[in-house]
Design a protein around this ligand. Sequence first.
Ligand SMILES: Cc1cc2nc3c(=O)[nH]c(=O)nc-3n(C[C@H](O)[C@H](O)[C@H](O)COP(=O)(O)OP(=O)(O)OC[C@H]3O[C@@H](n4cnc5c(N)ncnc54)[C@H](O)[C@@H]3O)c2cc1C
Length: 385
Amino acid sequence: MTFEVEQYLPDALLERIRGRAADVDRDNAFPHDDLDDLRAAGYLSILVPADRGGSGLSLAQASQLQQRLATASPATALAVNMHLVWTGVAKVLRDRGIDDLAFVQTGAAAGEIFAFGISEAGNDLVLFGSDTDAAPRADGSYAFTGTKIFTSLAPVWTQLGLHGLDTASPDGPRMVYGFVPRSDAVLTRDDWDTVGMRGTQSRTTELHGAVAPADRVVRRIAPGPSPDPIVFGIFSVFEILLASVYTGVARRALDLAVEAARSRRSKRTGAAYSQDADIRWRIADIVLAYDALGPQLAALADDVDAQTDHGGRWFSLLSGLKHRATTTAKRIVDEAILVAGGSAYFADHELGRLYRDVLAGLFHPSDPESAHAAAATAWLGPLEN
Ligand SMILES: Cc1cc2nc3c(=O)[nH]c(=O)nc-3n(C[C@H](O)[C@H](O)[C@H](O)COP(=O)(O)OP(=O)(O)OC[C@H]3O[C@@H](n4cnc5c(N)ncnc54)[C@H](O)[C@@H]3O)c2cc1C
């Protein structure tokens, strides 16, 4: 069957989401209406296989859709991204014969919203360590105590996928990955007031012994770099879908720059700025940068879908993709702003909003330091002590 992005994200839906984005940003609100519309359109289960009630799309197809969604509202796309990451991890594992996250797939198809509770203050080990305590209980469940930061979808999630460190078990320490339902043991602070990506409402989450039932404890692995499929699953799907969101931001900035170049007129020459040699060069520069993003996303997403084995190169390939997409998107928004001129400096101008939103791309893992470290290690070998 041919894949058409319009089938999953029709133009009318996209325009509704675009029409709300400025209000969501100004009000620092969660885009509940966007989520309702996306849920009704089946968007939350695009990566769930058909035999479990979803659309059965590939990661490459989801990447195209997330690029498209981000052109309408970067914050909505980034928030939904976190849910799509878990459904994508479930798919990557199942494709490789590990069906530990089947409940994520059936849950997403039934309307559950999965949030991504990985980030912790100052934890630059990210997946390889955690300051959250994962306390084993007699029935195989785990109680998680700690603080997660930047939990997108904070007002709406029903299941939080997270990690913590089990130091109590005889085979410990072990990194434990599990899913806790929303309960009294989870406290969400109302502390999201950022310069951009305001609609993600990525608030701080306090865990006070929040319990992941035994059948929701999906993995126990040694801390540190690990070949475990859950690490590859999270890393690959996260980096690819995240890069997709910021590539969509870049695309929107390009479209707005073209619009501005056509509509602004020079008093000096009387001609539209689209006829100005310097502005043409700027637009061309954006196009030359933007055109590289889609193909690299498609190629790596296809490789994950096809289970191509890049061995130890995977990490630098994926972190490099995320790094290039987010830094290029930032540069493209900068250029687009210069094309649009001073009006873009107003807080309610869409390019002004994209300028604030695109900044967030630099902070997500893999940050520039770890992307460079992975690339250097891939080509020079590890640092010698
Ligand atoms: C828009 C957006 C959405 C995101 N959504 C998610 C999500 O859904 N799930 C998720 O897991 N992550 C999410 N992230 C988190 C992101 O991926 C990074 O983990 C986050 O940006 C922190 O980056 P950092 O390591 O540079 O920050 P850090 O340097 O770790 O700083 C983050 C916070 O921790 C404090 N801090 C830093 N060091 C310490 C310390 N030693 N002791 C105490 N406090 C300290 C800082 O003051 C700051 O408030 C999101 C980020 C953004 C920008």
